[in-house]
Design a protein around this ligand. Structure first.
Ligand SMILES: Cc1ncc(COP(=O)(O)O)c(C=O)c1O
Length: 422
């Protein structure tokens, strides 16, 4: 593919939104067409599907049907639990015992005995008084941020925080202040100025334990102390490290001696826990009753199914077992080999060792060309471009699994070198 073709699709999807028509659906058609045209030139690596089970080698198809097969660094199955026999058995057992449907929202009668058991297990694991399940991590993040801060309140949010947190902040009606990524000083400066002018406003500070585009981490102890000093509430999303990093799988919270110590913890089961669902945890017994009644994704959407809850209970048991320790160690050995191998051949790898290995591949045109070349050569990757990351900082967000082996990793690196210079 020529360099010129690779450069022919400038901008981001949102640049193609057509404001010239008042037809609300038709406005989006040029966006779809832009992706379609990219696909026709082999420059659209999104909306892939896979066959069979998620594993270190996978086959599947691009959106246009072109097939691929190869080493898989594009799935969020960090401890390789997606087909673990304990989880499969738990799913079958839950279906037999409880049926397959929750049949209602948590505010009405969608709570099951399995989901209640999961909440108790998570309270014990996370060292929080109360854990409340959500149908997905996205709804947990969006719902809790929107519920906690109201008009006249203030939200300070890391500029790179996940879309569910950003959209919840925008939807809340509170004044949103974005602070520079990981910046303690940025939070402090804003807290001082907001408190001076608004002594009685609520202030919510929002961050993550491990940022998924950069694999980096804030100082949670310092942020929590700062929030206490200024009467603010700290909310932390632990989507990508819970279960797969740290002692007992307690992630960055364990590494920083902050287990059970942040005001509000939220997370998801869609990465390490091989399921769908999210949670909100606090030390306030009784908050759940208000949450169930006054948070959109508790009240107006169905609760997680008994099958999902059963799978997550089984995943949590594994995460807390010696098998969990072994899988975490295996995953980390893979991460270190992949990071070192990519750096040795000149790739720029961001952040700290975690299941996510972000590799900068540069400007969008070249990044798209390289990504398609990778998929066609047997290295399955996800590309992340602007606006999800800064312009000219397009990257592969590689996701490592416990079940990858050394030859998967070495094959990936070899293909990456070949595609870089193709
Ligand atoms: C930081 C963060 N929060 C929340 C979510 C949403 O989780 P879920 O997939 O359970 O909706 C994600 C998933 O990508 C995430 O990365």
């Amino acid at each position: 593919m020529s360099e010129t073709v690779a450069q022919t699709f400038p901008g981001t999807a949102f640049d193609y939104f057509d404001r010239s028509t008042h037809h609300l659906v038709e406005r989006w058609l040029p966006v779809g067409q832009w992706f379609h045209d990219r696909g026709a030139h082999g420059l659209d690596p999104y909306q892939k599907s896979f066959n069979g089970k998620i594993s270190p080698r996978v086959s599947g198809a691009m959106r246009d049907g072109e097939g691929f097969v190869g080493v898989n660094f594009a799935s969020q199955d960090y401890l390789s639990l997606a087909s673990h026999p304990d989880l499969v058995s738990a799913a079958i057992a839950a279906a037999h015992e409880h049926g397959v449907h929750s049949a209602g929202s948590a505010a009405l009668m969608g709570i099951t005995s399995v989901s209640k058991e999961l909440e108790r297990s998570l309270e014990d694991y996370l060292r929080f008084k109360e854990v409340t399940l959500f149908p997905t991590g996205w709804t947990a993040g969006f719902g809790i941020v929107k519920m906690l801060a109201r008009a006249d309140d203030h939200i300070l949010i890391d500029v790179l925080a996940h879309a569910c947190l950003q959209e919840g902040a925008e939807a809340s009606g509170a004044k949103v202040h974005r602070f520079p990524h990981l910046s303690y000083e940025g939070v402090k400066r804003r807290l001082l100025s907001i408190r001076k002018d608004h002594p009685t406003s609520g202030i919510l500070v929002v961050t993550e334990t491990l940022f998924s585009m950069d694999s980096d981490t804030p100082d949670l102890g310092a942020l929590q102390a700062l929030c206490r000093e200024h009467g603010a509430t700290l909310l932390v999303d632990c989507a990508h490290d819970l279960g797969c990093l740290g002692s007992e799988g307690l992630g960055v919270l364990a590494d920083q001696a902050m287990v059970g110590q942040v005001d509000v913890l939220i997370g998801t089961f869609s990465k390490t826990f091989a399921s769908i669902g999210g949670f909100v945890a606090t030390q306030h017994a009784g908050f759940r009753t208000a949450l169930r009644a006054c948070c959109g994704p508790q009240t107006f959407t169905n609760a997680m199914t008994p099958i999902q809850a059963g799978i997550i209970i089984a995943a949590l048991k594994l995460v807390r077992s010696t098998e969990g320790d072994t899988r975490r160690a295996k995953m980390m050995a893979n991460v270190l080999r992949l990071r070192a191998g990519l750096e040795d051949v000149g790739f720029r790898v961001l952040g700290n060792p975690s299941a996510i290995v972000p590799v900068v591949v540069g400007a969008s045109g070249e990044a798209r060309r390289m990504t398609t070349a990778m998929l066609r050569s047997g290295a399955i990757v996800n590309l992340v471009e602007a606006p999800a990351v800064a312009k000219n900082q397009a990257r592969w967000r590689l996701q490592v699994m416990a079940d990858h082996n050394e030859s998967d990793i070495d094959a990936f690196i070899q293909i990456a070198v070949a595609c870089r210079s193709a």
